[in-house]
Design a protein around this ligand. Structure first.
Ligand code: IMP
Ligand code: MG
Length: 375
């Protein structure tokens, strides 16, 4: 515990944790902007430490400029207050800009900077911030690269101040007594063999719990179609017939997750498929101060699956539903794939097998019960 002026603060994020997270932000930026010219714009005062530690880890062809936003009274009575960007000493026209912030709170500062930068006609503008308080955010420009998502409480250290003090601390501290809002997110991993009713049941879970559905397959397709940097990267592997590396997949998932402002939770579909991915997902969710709540696996006997799929083939016309050999292969792939991931969540007591035989309502009720038991 430390004392700054009249207030007590307690440790919140250690120096090591901060450095680790900065490395991960740098890796993402280095990969997203590979081969591009980047201008970093660090917003003073608070961001100087983050900017320095991050910049050391950037391997791109880049420049950095340090700016301040100043607000002054306009010359006429009607002009009100005028914002001005001070210190921008490099030409950003046609360049990719990354704004560096220590913290995004209400997002007002960032919105002002966006407006002011637009006049200089950069090609693109993204925000990288060490800390982000989504509960306080009311802005138009949410940060794209975030070190830590934090609850809405007051923090100091590592560049951030309380009455101009505390900026020199190498860790981040939070005001003592500020209670972190509980992690109320519900994050589910849903598994089920082909024909288990995963699609139907995930729709119900989404509706009942207000969750966001994240299917890695859909995200891949959307990124490739939209020709995003990540999409191009993923496609370069797929074109060679190789598996997309976990790092690329998790980065896509991360940018998708960051699109949602106050999510009630996510339902992960088709991910994680390996233990390495499950570990990466844990690390990522940890950096957002949350975690996987539960892995749900719909359990349906193989004979029943075969019957259901053959029946579905009559109406779906899907050739992979009609061929018994293909069905068997899909079931085997599922079993081999899920086994290690299931073991991973079982070890954390976060695994529930749900009997997937019965009416749609009966199965939904079993799923709800498994989830509600945790609350
Ligand atoms: P904004 O609300 O996103 O515009 O953030 C405005 C500024 O408030 C930030 O750049 C910080 O300087 C300051 N700020 C917001 N939250 C905190 C905090 O928890 N500790 C210290 N400074 C903060
Ligand atoms: Mg600041």
């Amino acid at each position: 515990m430390i004392q700054i002026v009249d207030k007590s603060f307690e440790t919140f994020l250690s120096a090591e944790k901060i450095q680790e997270e900065i490395q991960s932000v740098a890796n993402r930026i280095n990969s997203d902007y590979a081969g591009k010219e980047v201008v970093f714009i660090a917003v003073l005062n608070g961001s100087f430490m983050f900017a320095s530690d991050l910049f050391k880890r950037i391997t791109l062809d880049c420049e950095i400029s340090f700016v301040k936003v100043s607000s002054y009274k306009g010359s006429t009575a009607s002009s009100g207050r005028v914002d001005e960007l001070i210190g921008l000493n490099t030409n950003i026209e046609g360049k990719n800009v990354i704004i560096l912030e220590d913290i995004v709170d209400t997002g007002i500062t960032i919105d002002k900077i966006f407006t002011l930068l637009r006049a200089h006609q950069p090609t693109s503008v993204q925000i990288a911030t060490l800390l982000y308080k989504p509960d306080a955010f009311k802005g138009k420009n949410a940060p794209h690269y975030v070190g830590f998502l934090i609850p809405n409480f007051f923090v100091v250290g590592y560049g951030l101040d309380y009455n101009e003090r505390g900026r020199n601390l190498d860790a981040i501290y939070k005001l003592k007594g500020d209670v972190p809002t509980q992690n109320t997110m519900l994050n589910l991993v849903l598994f089920g063999p082909p024909g288990a009713g995963k699609g139907t049941q995930s729709e119900r879970l989404i509706e009942k719990y207000g969750l966001v559905h994240l299917s890695t397959g859909d995200i891949f397709r959307a990124n490739i179609k939209g020709e995003t940097e990540l999409g191009k990267l993923a496609k370069s592997y797929m074109d060679k017939g190789s598996l997309v590396p976990d790092e690329v997949t998790i980065n896509m998932l991360r940018s998708e997750v960051m699109k949602y402002e106050n999510p009630k939770g996510f339902i992960f579909d088709g991910f994680p498929r390996t233990t390495a991915q499950a570990v990466a997902l844990d690390e990522f969710l940890n950096s957002l101060q949350t975690s996987i709540t539960l892995m749900l696996a719909l359990d349906v006997e193989e004979n029943e699956l075969r019957e259901r799929l053959m029946k579905r083939a009559e109406s779906s016309g899907r050739p992979d539903d009609a061929d018994p050999a293909i069905i068997q292969n899909r079931i085997n792939v599922y079993k081999n794939e899920t086994a290690p991931v299931k073991a991973f969540y079982e070890a954390q007591q976060k695994f529930a097998s749900i009997n997937g035989i019965g009416s749609i309502d009966e199965i939904s009720d079993r799923l709800y019960q498994a989830i509600d038991e945790l609350k």
